[in-house]
Design a binder for this molecule. Structure first.
Ligand code: SAM
Length: 283
């Protein structure tokens, strides 16, 4: 047994407070200090289970400052826990710098695994999960979002995004422009909570389903896209777009798209939406 303490990274529920492991509860009870992203959120969880713990905040704005005191506790032989507001710490949540620093100090870090919106969403999306990329949140500015999606256009693995209700419609529209309206997708909202909702269809259908909701979509959500399974690749796409530009010297975009689609592996709606975007950028 080491004389030093261990840092435990503890997963907590993503909505339903019953989704917490026995080991997570035991560890929260046992640690000397529990660092939490927002102590008020974690206090609610502790109150639910009648647990008293010494809670201190550790969030994006004070993580660097907290590191030395965590290391002091561990070196003095005390165990320390880290939780975030929901799910698994470090997954689009603070903690990475802390874990790296504790490892660098030669001290132990252990996971108390449990819920994460990432794995919960993958487990119910109905899209292949053997290979996937987690993209976290898409950038807020439409320009940066488009750049990110342009990089993902030919990604063949399943793509997972965390999304905000404020931007979901704009993000789906951008995904349609870059991936095509017929790309299979899933939007998982408020998982494990009372108003849980799943939209599993192509992007065009999901867009229509969101537009027909009586109320604006609220709450927390994960957007998952099927990887690109068309035969098109980046080089072929670039060639097709060059041809599209040339043909538009002599005909409309629609006519040019029909010809290019016939002679390349690139789909008509991909060519059309990219053509529209390029034309408006060049005006
Ligand atoms: N660390 C957390 C985890 O392991 O899932 C994620 C933290 S991140 C700051 C919060 C985002 O996770 C939300 O904006 C949403 O995209 C997703 N999320 C969290 N809980 C969710 C839920 N119950 N249903 C759907 N998405 C959820």
């Amino acid at each position: 047994m080491s004389d030093f303490g261990t840092l435990y990274i503890i997963a907590t529920p993503i909505g339903n407070l019953a989704d917490i492991s026995l080991r997570a509860l035991d560890t929260i009870k046992a640690v000397k200090v529990l660092y939490a992203e927002d102590t008020r959120v974690t206090q609610h969880l502790l109150d639910h289970y009648g647990i008293q713990a010494k809670l201190l905040s550790l969030h994006d704005f004070n993580e660097s400052k907290r590191i030395s005191s965590v290391i002091e506790h561990l070196q003095a032989g005390s165990d320390v826990g880290l939780v975030s507001d929901a799910g698994t710490p470090l997954i689009s949540d603070p903690g990475y710098k802390l874990v790296a620093s504790v490892q660098d100090a030669g001290l132990d870090v252990r996971a108390i695994p449990g819920p994460s919106a990432l794995t919960a969403a993958l487990s119910v999306c109905g899209i292949p999960t053997d290979r996937f990329v987690f993209e976290g949140f898409l950038p807020k500015s439409s320009n940066d979002r488009n750049k990110r999606l342009a990089m993902l256009r030919f990604e063949t693995r399943t793509i997972v995004f965390y999304e905000s209700p404020k931007r979901i419609e704009a993000s789906i529209q951008s995904c349609i422009e870059f991936m095509g309206a017929d790309r299979k997708a899933a939007l998982l909202r408020e998982m494990t909570k009372h108003y849980e909702q799943h939209f599993c269809a192509d992007l065009h259908t999901i867009k229509k389903q969101l537009a027909s909701q009586n109320e604006k979509l609220r709450g927390e959500m994960v957007l998952i896209l099927h990887g690109n399974d068309s035969q098109e690749d980046e080089v072929e796409f670039e060639k097709a777009m060059k041809l599209l530009v040339d043909l538009q010297q002599h005909m409309s975009l629609k006519e040019a798209v029909a010809i290019v689609a016939k002679h390349s592996g690139v789909r008509r709606n991909q060519l059309y939406s990219q053509g529209l975007k390029d034309n408006s950028n060049n005006q």
